[in-house]
Design a protein around this ligand. Sequence first.
Ligand code: SF4
Ligand code: SF4
Length: 305
Amino acid sequence: MTGTHRESTGLIFDLQRFSLHDGHGIRTLVFMKGCPLACAWCSNPESQKTRPEIMYYREKCLDCGACLEACPHRELLEAAFPRTPEACAGCGRCVQVCYAEARHLVGRSVSVGELLAVILSDRVFYEQSGGGVTVGGGEPTLQAAFVSELLARCRREGLHTALETCGFASWRNLALVLKNVDQLLFDLKHMDPERHRELTGVDNARILENARRAAGRVGEMVVRFPLIPGCNTEASNLHSLGRFVSGQLPGVRRVDLLPYHSTGESKSVRLFRDYPLAGRPPLEREEAEQARDILVSYGLEVNIG
Ligand code: SF4
Ligand code: SF4
């Protein structure tokens, strides 16, 4: 045994610097790959699988066949093309040889130190704006040890830390990560368990229980709720949400409403996945305002957008 500390590695699908979303001030956003939910409206379907995967841009493809030559599963890729076969291990060889840039590899393994170096390079912007780092996804608690270590090291550097979660996690994993979180952005999707299952693939009992347990454990907790027309904007659901947040989440007073947008649709095409809400129009402004008014009637501070 050498006693050398081996750094955790995590799988991310994106890293955004200079963001003005998902927390206070200017932030670096780390997007972890892998999610236990499969929301019908998911705007980042490339976040869902827990392994790297290929996005294919049909309009750029020259049908040159270079990707087939490079792939260790050549016969399978040839049979599935332009889809990617299930056996794909995400090695990225097909991406390297595709000069048309028709294939993008989504998902890369990074160490805590590597991420921290990028995050710290923007320290001056966090200090001037009251910003920091936000870890979201995907679902960060699926990689709890990695995320916990990353957030702990950010904290040690004096950075403000935020976590975005769908709440579908073991309490053990969520509690581990929360130790190093200043602001918790907790997503709720629907208050009815059966409807929640239809829309996301899982029921909401564990999510609501985790929300209750998390409230009061972090400096600041904000509930976030996507407004998806035809899915969760009915008044009865919004009243249930208002009762839950105001009555069962001590210290939580703010709800951010996130109006539906359809960016997940074109991404789903590139992943050869179904998009259940294909063609659905965006949310009407009045519908968002009605939702806000219902939640305000429970004494909550509500932001749209
Ligand atoms: S290498 Fe790129 S351009 Fe050529 S067939 Fe494959 S995806 Fe299309
Ligand atoms: S990422 Fe690797 S295994 Fe997957 S299709 Fe490309 S070359 Fe084949």
